[in-house]
Design a protein around this ligand. Structure first.
Ligand SMILES: Nc1nc2c(c(=O)[nH]1)N[C@H]1C(S)=C(S)[C@@H](COP(=O)(O)O)O[C@H]1N2
Ligand SMILES: [Mo]
Length: 511
């Protein structure tokens, strides 16, 4: 019995690490949610159809007038990681914490089975249910089950731990990755099964509430039920049932000090990030890129033939981010708009050898057509499903002949300017770069039709990029030119796109 009731060092260390990481996950999750503080079950996120919202703002019913950037809410750095409208950094911290949290969890489960300690938390008899029911009744009458019921956990705890470790944690992982465009493209049926992007997002939120509820109960019970024994065993290890008052007091002081230190660490991460956001982006996105390389970069969209989306999935409403070019942003675009795009061209360029061609919209339409239904997701959280038709980027670029030597990225630029720049610098044309593997995907196109008609002005007319394996910030609207480049570091702030430059998003938009 002695050995089985022990709290070995690895268990205590992993438990502490888990606490630190869950805190980081919840805090960065708040940052992500606050960038679009509404939850839906409907895939088109139509205004007024939210089932839950954390903002008083009413959404206009008209399409194309309200951008998701306008919906972002600033949260205090004490509460979220990092706070103050930094969705890009919030996403990186979420990714970094989840990679460490999953790793910690996998090691924990392996050790649990290797040491036989799994017997303490996984019930092996149906008796666990009536016993848990008895326990629950005892708690509900504000009493505490006798210490003899804790071996070291009672039936109710066993059920709780088994649920959290083997059901809730995997559920959070699945609903989390289901929100990645790379996963949606490769496993469309899996995402549909979870209720699509909005289902996954809402379920992920509900799972978080359950996790937070569990943590509150779990921590309260440590302090309320047989506190001295719990604290001494958790802090010092061992399996004492009788503990001295002095030892219990020591354990209490250490426990409280550790909790305070962890909270200080959480908050310090926020202020460290805000003190130099570019540094924080380099550090965190550099780390998460390892995970993208291992798990996401090889997930290629299934393509139009195997998609799970049908005409029934097409959205009634389409959110927007970025507003059409104004007269002062692009006179050319505004005037061509009046002539139904006559005279407007898109430049296809090789920026390495300074060679280019101008294509009219009719020229674009003369190239091989490609059409499919796909769901757009903005990393802020909204989604919309449409049929997109256009020319594959590989076909488009072939008008210049074979890919020039040294070309490693494709960079698209817009007639429109960025809505906002980093540190409020003067606004520059919106742009995004993608790597060669991404541009060669079947569902990377220059679209000129949506749902069988010309693209609406606010959705990028007359032609826009669609890169279905990536989030919306790569889908440049109102494209003015696309070009082969050697290195995106030579353009803009060098991070590979406007959202990367201005909001510190990752170059890789696959999750
Ligand atoms: N020119 C330009 N393109 C842009 C943006 C922008 O601000 N300007 N926003 C991007 C982002 S973040 C998203 S989510 C999508 C939104 O596409 P939609 O407005 O067609 O729904 O456009 C992308 N392309
Ligand atoms: Mo976006």
């Amino acid at each position: 019995m002695e050995a089985v009731n022990d709290f070995p060092f690895w268990l205590r260390a992993q438990h502490l690490l888990n606490f630190v990481l869950i805190g980081m996950l919840i805090r960065s999750g708040i940052e992500i949610l606050s960038s679009l503080p509404r939850l839906w079950w409907r895939q088109d996120c139509a205004p007024g159809t939210e089932w839950l919202k954390f903002t008083k703002r009413e959404l206009p019913k008209e399409e194309g007038v309200y951008t998701s950037l306008m919906d972002e809410k600033a949260v205090h750095p004490l509460l979220s990681l990092p706070g103050r409208e930094n969705i890009g950094l919030g996403r990186h911290w979420h990714g970094l914490s989840v990679m460490l949290w999953v790793l910690n969890g996998v090691i924990y489960v392996i050790l649990l089975f290797a040491t036989g300690l799994w017997r303490r938390i996984i019930p092996t008899s149906w008796d666990v249910f009536p016993e848990a029911w008895d326990s629950l009744k005892t708690y509900l009458s504000f009493d505490v089950p006798d210490i003899s019921h804790f071996q070291p956990y009672d039936a109710l705890q066993m059920l709780g731990y088994t649920f959290v470790i083997f059901i809730l944690a995997p559920f959070m992982m699945l609903t989390g990755v289901a929100m990645a465009p790379a996963v949606r493209g490769r496993f469309p049926r899996f995402v549909k099964m979870l209720g699509g992007h909005q289902g996954a997002r809402s379920l992920h939120f509900i799972g978080m509430i359950m996790m937070a509820g569990f943590i509150v109960m779990h921590v309260s019970l440590v302090f309320l039920v047989h506190r001295d024994r719990n604290l001494v065993n958790m802090v010092f290890g061992g399996a004492q049932i009788e503990v001295s008052n002095a030892r219990a007091a020591q354990a209490m002081v250490i426990m409280v000090a550790v909790i305070v230190a962890v909270a200080v660490f959480w908050i310090a991460l926020s202020y460290w990030s805000l003190a130099d956001r570019v540094r924080a982006q380099r550090f965190t996105a550099g780390f998460t890129e390892i995970g993208r390389k291992i798990f996401l970069n090889w997930l290629r969209p299934q393509g139009a033939k195997k998609t799970a989306y049908t005409d029934d999935d097409i959205s009634e409403f389409h959110w927007t981010n970025g507003l059409p070019p104004t007269e002062e942003e692009s006179e050319l675009w505004v005037q061509a708009r009046e002539r139904n795009w006559a005279g407007l061209t898109i430049t296809v360029r090789d920026d390495i050898n300074d060679v280019e061609k101008q294509l009219t919209i009719d020229d674009l339409k003369a190239l091989p057509r490609h059409s499919y239904i796909a769901t757009h997701t903005c990393m802020q959280g909204w989604s919309a499903t449409s049929r997109w038709t256009g020319v594959r980027l590989t076909d488009l670029m072939s008008v210049l002949g074979p890919r020039p030597e040294g070309a490693r990225y494709l960079l698209a630029e817009s007639y429109g300017l960025a809505q906002k720049m980093y540190d409020n610098r003067p606004r520059e044309p919106f742009y995004a770069a993608i790597d060669l593997d991404t541009m060669e995907e079947e569902e990377s196109i220059m679209a000129y039709e949506r749902n069988g008609h010309e693209i609406e002005d606010y959705l990028g007319a007359p032609a826009r990029l669609r890169v279905e394996s990536n989030h919306g910030y790569k889908h440049v609207k109102w494209v003015s030119r696309v070009m082969w480049v050697h290195d995106y570091a030579d353009y803009g702030d060098g991070r590979g796109g406007t959202r990367e430059d201005s909001a510190l998003q990752a170059f890789n938009g696959r999750i």
